[in-house]
Design a protein around this ligand. Structure first.
Ligand code: NI
Length: 167
């Protein structure tokens, strides 16, 4: 297993659109194990392949308190959604930034698991937020891009300042 390098906003590679996986292979499963290890080590509640510069439709998530309920989503698609809710989000690709984002309250998602088996999941609460956040990554969208332009430029300035300080 290996820890993977996480891209940081505003890296252009975070805007690449991920391709669907045609076949779940041993290589896919190794990537998933490395992504899970990277997510737990960070620590984070979700990690999309886009964030580790692999542009395939895969993400891992674990929103449990005990950190023992790993979920794997391959080629995820939201097939139904309802309601709206606002929740504070953060992202391993945007360290130190937490902002409220409005999303659907309930979703139904279809995906494949790490064995390539199709499943359908209904989610609400924080899991629903997490799934929508990760699917955005696969579409090349970082959560701060849901915010106003003014807020986005403030966040970029804050990140630049921090990068200068750590050089
Ligand atoms: Ni994220």
């Amino acid at each position: 297993m290996a820890l993977l390098k996480i891209l940081h906003y505003p890296d252009e590679r975070l805007h690449k659109i991920a391709s669907p996986i045609e076949q779940v292979t041993a290589v896919t499963r190794r990537l998933i194990r490395d992504m899970a290890e990277t997510m737990y080590a960070a620590p984070g509640v979700g990690l999309a392949a886009t964030q580790v510069d692999v542009h395939e439709q895969i993400f891992v998530a674990d929103v449990s308190e005990e950190r023992n309920q790993l979920r794997v989503f391959i080629n995820p698609k939201i097939i139904a959604s309802s309601g709206t809710e606002e929740c504070e989000e953060g992202c391993l690709s945007v360290p130190g930034v937490y902002e409220n984002v409005v999303r659907s309250e309930k979703i139904t998602v279809q995906a494949l698991d790490e064995q390539g088996a199709a499943f359908t999941l209904e989610a609400d609460g924080f899991l629903a937020v997490c799934i929508q956040h990760e699917i955005d990554h696969l579409h090349g969208k970082v959560f701060v891009e849901h915010l106003s332009r003014l807020k986005q430029s403030r966040i970029r300035a804050k990140i630049k300042k921090r990068q200068r300080e750590t050089l």
